[in-house]
Write a new protein. Structure first.
Length: 271
């Protein structure tokens, strides 16, 4: 764990003055008193769902769904004996990081329903000779925006305050996702409707583009090459409608992803 990066991330309050109730405001500032009926606790930013250090595949999404019932999205600073993110101790940061890494291992078969279409899409796809497994920590979801929003991200980001959150978290101020990519250097990255959120140099050079699937889903293969060696395969999904794919199309998308990984994974420079 890079303690400097994750300490800054979990203690981040840079958007606390962005007051739109549909955005991140209540997740950063909370609401009311613990004894009040409308009380909302302060939550901790979600750096990742899953083993960000060792996962074979990263899935890049926009931001956590604002469901306080989820064990990570709703993780309260109260549980660490503080009232604000900035008061978290170093040992708290380590505990939070580990709990986010263990999400798919500790909560087996109790994951948030949001992830289930991705389980259906990716579970069992081979990387090398080994099929990947969510329960074993082979897949990690890493959000571009680290705080949940009350309203869906696409409905919030186009507002003036939404753009400020985007700037603070990803584009100008902290660039948390970019720094995570640089730090952990995942081998295989799927950008699910999120490729436009970061610069092309962080996604690689386009190698191949798939045909368009029936739900207007198009996949693009990109490679990051360093010193003549393949360092990363990324696959850009043109949208996030994975959960709406019919069974026959889901099978074709799985085959496309699997073949794209297999065709490059055998390269000695990619081991």
């Amino acid at each position: 764990m890079d303690s400097e990066l994750y300490s800054r991330l979990y203690r981040c309050e840079d958007c606390k003055e962005i007051r739109d109730p549909n955005g991140v405001f209540y997740f950063i500032n909370g609401k009311g008193e613990p004894s009040s009926r409308d009380y909302l606790h302060v939550t901790i930013p979600v750096g990742h769902f899953g083993d960000v250090v060792n996962a074979k595949v990263w899935v890049i999404l926009t931001n956590p769904k604002g469901d306080r019932n989820d064990s990570l999205v709703g993780l309260s600073v109260d549980q660490f004996g503080v009232t604000r993110r900035s008061q978290l101790k170093d040992e708290d940061v380590k505990s939070i990081f580990n709990s986010q890494c263990e999400y798919f291992k500790q909560n087996k078969n109790k994951w948030h329903p949001f992830f289930l279409p991705y389980v259906e899409l990716l579970e069992g796809i081979k990387v090398g000779n080994q099929p990947i497994s969510f329960g074993s920590g082979d897949v990690c979801f890493v959000d571009a925006i680290k705080c949940p929003t009350q309203k869906a991200w696409m409905g919030f980001v186009m507002s003036d305050e939404g753009k400020k959150v985007w700037d603070n978290c990803l584009r100008k101020r902290n660039m948390y996702l970019v720094k995570q990519l640089e730090l952990h250097q995942p081998k295989i990255v799927l950008f699910c409707g999120t490729s436009g959120l970061i610069k092309a140099k962080n996604r690689g050079v386009k190698i191949e583009e798939s045909r368009t699937f029936s739900k207007k889903l198009k996949l693009t293969i990109r490679h990051i090459i360093s010193e003549g060696q393949l360092k990363q395969i990324s696959i850009d999904f043109s949208n996030t409608k994975v959960n709406f794919l019919p069974k026959n199309e889901l099978k074709l998308v799985r085959e496309f992803i699997s073949n794209s990984i297999a065709s490059q994974h055998s390269s000695p420079s990619f081991q």
